[in-house]
Design a protein around this ligand. Structure first.
Ligand code: HEC
Length: 389
């Protein structure tokens, strides 16, 4: 009885796609705010970030929202993806484009995170920038040319354009094919209103994280301790996952396979699943959205649906979702929990001057900074900066 009158809005599992969409819109809005204060130059990038964080009204909050939204976006996308897998959307020929664009979206979002991390041009950003050429440098045959390409062409304004223009446009074209085409027919406002309910707890969590766990940028006035920030979740993590083999495998020829080829193969193989795994045309089983739609037409239908979804099936799905989530979250946590990014300022703060405090102008000259070529040193310095420096 209770089940039959339960409004569909309460069923949280349907809403993680919508939540991701709302997170992307919020990221766009907070990004628009930052554009007005951030200066994309080597000399002023970090200064303007400091001004945003400490002087502009709500600047610190908005900057840190812009850092935390990707973390929640990641979780929302993860749950949404697991849901779609369990629903076997890849065998549903009507959802071909939905599936393809959904999986491909991971790529520009990942690139947005990577370029966004470099932007503040403090030591974390500088470190990331130096790791990008090193990362591509591991590719056999063309690695060296790629490495020098990324080194030589890097300038803050270029990566800024990638971050605020090129990757967002790619993202929005994919989002458009993924969901907006449909939403325009169904009514975007109605959709957003419905999803606003599930977003509320996430907004509260976002506000909490963005106010309590901020990246300190008021150095040299407040200087953190070297390992401050260890065990604190930060969106910086995702990029580190693919760099971890550099620490554990040193110069192994397996690194490009584990860190570059395997993830890309998995991504594209997953993206094109509906094209080579032609399942049955899901005619009798209507698409989720349609069911969803019909449900509102009567309590009878609702009841029918509830009876079909037996408790056992729900529990089994629940267990699968929990296991996958725990495994993925556990891997991220184990691999990265001791990343002490907040504490970089303890040694690298502006009071120390150029070279240790401010990334040096000759940062592209590896003959002057040979440690930057040493991936193992770079990784260990990131994780254990108080031991390896
Ligand atoms: C305990 C102090 C300390 C902390 C904390 C620290 N570093 Fe360093 N870092 C150093 C010193 C000292 C050097 C210079 C090493 C050298 O050139 O011999 C350095 C160098 C670097 C370099 C450049 C390497 C080179 O050849 O100049 C990068 C990049 C870097 N650190 C990034 C970071 C990041 C990112 C963090 C935070 C995760 C961090 N550091 C935290 C002390 C520290």
């Amino acid at each position: 009885m209770l089940d039959s009158i339960k409004p569909e809005k309460v069923n949280w599992r349907h809403y993680f796609g919508g939540l991701s969409f709302i997170m992307i819109i919020m990221q766009l809005l907070t990004g628009l705010f930052l554009i007005f204060f951030y200066e994309p130059t080597i000399a002023d990038a970090y200064k303007t970030v400091q001004i945003i964080s400490n002087e502009i009204t709500a600047g610190g909050l908005i900057r840190n929202l812009h850092r935390w939204i990707p973390a929640l976006l990641f979780i929302a996308v993860l749950v949404h993806t697991i849901r779609c897998f369990l629903r076997k959307d890849f065998s549903n020929q009507q959802k071909k484009v939905l599936w393809l664009t959904g999986v491909l979206l991971l790529l520009p979002i990942f690139l947005l995170i990577a370029t966004g991390l470099i932007m503040p041009w403090e030591w974390k950003g500088y470190w990331f920038m130096e790791m990008v050429p090193n990362y591509f440098g591991t590719i056999p045959i063309i690695g060296d040319s790629l490495k020098s390409f990324f080194m030589e062409t890097y300038t803050i304004p270029r990566y800024y354009v990638l971050h605020i223009l090129v990757f967002p446009i790619i993202t929005f074209v994919l989002v458009d094919y993924h969901i907006l085409v449909k939403l325009r027919k169904r009514g975007i406002f109605h959709y957003l209103l419905k999803h606003a309910i599930v977003v509320l707890p996430f907004l509260i969590l976002l506000l909490y994280l963005s106010t309590t766990m901020q990246i300190p940028s008021n150095d040299p006035i407040d200087v953190p301790l070297p390992l401050e920030g260890a065990n604190i979740i930060a969106p910086e993590w995702y990029f580190l996952i693919i760099l971890l083999p550099f620490m554990y495998l040193k110069d192994s020829p397996w690194i490009p396979f584990i860190s570059i080829f395997a993830p890309l193969i998995v991504l594209f193989a997953t993206a094109f699943m509906p094209y080579y795994l032609k399942g049955k045309e899901n005619n009798e089983e209507e698409s989720y959205e349609d069911k969803h739609h019909h449900r509102a037409t009567g309590i009878k239908l609702l009841w029918h649906k509830t009876m079909r979804n037996t408790a056992a099936k729900k529990i089994a799905n629940g267990i699968i979702v929990t296991i996958i989530t725990v495994v993925i979250a556990g891997l991220i946590y184990l691999g990265n929990y001791n990343s002490p990014t907040f504490g970089c300022n303890s040694c690298h703060n502006v009071s120390k001057g150029v070279r240790i405090g401010i990334p040096p102008d000759f940062f592209k000259d590896r003959s002057k900074l040979p440690l930057l070529n040493d991936n193992e040193w770079m990784m260990r310095h990131w994780y254990y900066p108080n031991e390896v420096w």
